[in-house]
Design a protein around this ligand. Structure first.
Ligand code: MG
Length: 484
């Protein structure tokens, strides 16, 4: 069922776009026209927002990003009909800080979502995302949205930190990573378990709202059940604006897929898993179209960090980028990002720098809201790029690891102050003074250090990074607080 026109909301949206982007009046007027015409009628009210993430999916793992034999027809279609971004970044190279930044629009240091010794939340963590943070779910609920999360949370498993305490009306999914709470047979090595996983090696619970409903989770059916839950959520809220956050558990190791997807791909178990995630995306798109909601729904697909390359043939690929998950090389944080909103998004391939934090600010702006004014917000409004009316105001990216600034990008250039591999992979930790310099236009794989040829560029980036750090507020690191 289509919603009645709400021209007032459209006018408000256009006005906010003007405020948020600080553009001259004419581009914003263009935005309003684009939205109105694209909807096929006058505005249908604020758009629904659907943010789908994969876990540890690499830059090179989708067909539309160049994978030669993993088939992702639904994501390819989103890319073809919408925008495919090639310089979009998760805000951190591992799960918990990345998710915190996406949901708060803030660098994870500001919310204490990091550790000096611990990289993410664990089942013995004593804390979670602080109640003082304003999540995207809370902000959109304030705008009248129904809010639901289907998938992995990983921002604190204790009751006071659950999604239902952070603005989500409902939750179906797991509280932390699918390789936590180990229960291995005596003598079995962790790596053996990862490569030949069984359901009861990890006693990860499935939660519905605040109740544990299954433990250990039958992970082989997780992707399928997430898709069904997402469809049900959309069907249940088709008559009001909704925000659906769908953070898939896969393809985080250990890999599981449902029976119909065993041997589905020619790219091994990893390929099967990605093809099932793609199928789940297709079910969301099909539901939106069946309910005639697609013209008023922004769907975003991205990943929380790069591929876990230490698992070799069982892990993903960063494509042309260097290294993967856990590192501040491009492969650790630059991820696929596809935006779909048929009739409204100007289709294309976008090279602008984007951040998962921008999803926060952009979504709230599209909903007719304003981002919290009582704290620094690092996300920017990228709707002018989506609508084809302007460029993003973002021109830099900071790369933190364990609370330390390892690298900094401004425009096409990136300096590394510290480089270090992860999960036993080289290179060993090395501090660089002067920092390494890469030109990501001609060297996205970060192979050719040009710092000696371009000392003035190095100096400019060092100064920009220093300015950035001077403006960063750093809260107490909460990941290190763990129980016995
Ligand atoms: Mg991850």
């Amino acid at each position: 069922m289509r919603r009645p026109p709400r021209t007032a909301a459209l006018a408000l949206m256009a006005g906010l776009a003007l405020l948020a982007t600080n553009c001259s009046p004419s581009p914003s007027a263009t935005v309003a026209t684009t939205v109105s015409e694209a909807s096929g009628s006058a505005a249908e009210g604020p758009p629904n927002i659907v943010i789908i993430t994969a876990d540890d999916l690499g830059y090179g793992d989708l067909a539309s990003y160049g994978h030669p034999n993993i088939r992702t027809p639904h994501l390819d279609r989103m890319a073809r009909e919408g925008q495919r971004w090639t310089s979009f970044y998760a805000q951190a190279p591992v799960c918990s800080p990345s998710r915190a930044a996406l949901l708060t629009g803030r660098v994870h240091l500001r919310s204490g979502m990091f550790g000096r010794r611990t990289a993410v939340f664990f089942p013995d963590s004593l804390t979670g995302l602080p109640a003082t943070e304003v999540t995207l779910a809370e902000a959109l609920r304030d705008q009248g949205y129904a809010t639901g999360i289907v998938g992995k949370w990983h921002l604190g498993h204790l009751p006071e930190y659950l999604p239902t305490r952070h603005g989500f009306d409902s939750w179906f999914g797991i509280p932390y990573s699918n390789d936590m709470d180990w229960h291995l047979p005596e003598g079995m090595a962790n790596r053996t378990a990862y490569f030949a996983p069984e359901m009861d090696y990890w006693h990860v619970p499935i939660m519905r709202n605040e109740e544990e409903v299954e433990r250990p989770a039958d992970q082989s059916t997780l992707t399928d059940r997430y898709a069904q839950e997402a469809v049900t959520f959309i069907e249940s809220h088709q008559d009001q604006p909704f925000f659906l956050y769908l953070p898939h558990t896969m393809p985080h190791m250990p890999l599981f897929r449902s029976e119909p997807f065993e041997g589905h791909s020619t790219a091994g178990t990893y390929g099967d898993v990605i093809e099932e995630v793609d199928s789940a995306v297709g079910r969301v798109l099909e539901t939106l179209e069946r309910l005639e909601l697609a013209a008023n729904t922004l769907v975003v697909f991205t990943s929380d960090n790069g591929p876990w390359t230490s698992f070799e043939t069982h892990g993903g690929s960063a494509g042309p980028l260097r290294h993967g998950k856990g590192t501040t090389f491009e492969g650790g944080m630059r991820v696929p990002a596809i935006f779909w909103w048929p009739g409204t998004i100007e289709p294309g391939v976008i090279q602008d720098i984007g951040s998962a934090m921008d999803l926060f600010t952009t979504s709230i702006t599209l909903a007719g809201g304003v981002v919290p004014a009582d704290r620094p917000i690092d996300g920017v409004d990228i709707s002018p790029v989506l609508f084809g009316t302007g460029m993003t105001p973002r021109d830099s990216m900071a790369y933190y690891r364990m609370g330390e600034l390892f690298a900094f990008r401004q425009g096409p250039y990136k300096v590394h102050f510290v480089t270090e591999g992860r999960y036993g992979l080289p290179p060993a930790r090395t501090e660089h003074d002067p920092p390494l310099l890469f030109d990501l236009r001609v060297d996205p794989g970060e192979r050719y250090d040009i710092s000696t040829e371009q000392p003035t560029t190095v100096a400019a980036l060092v100064e920009a990074a220093a300015r950035y750090e001077a403006n960063m507020t750093i809260a107490e690191p909460l990941f290190d607080l763990r129980g016995g």
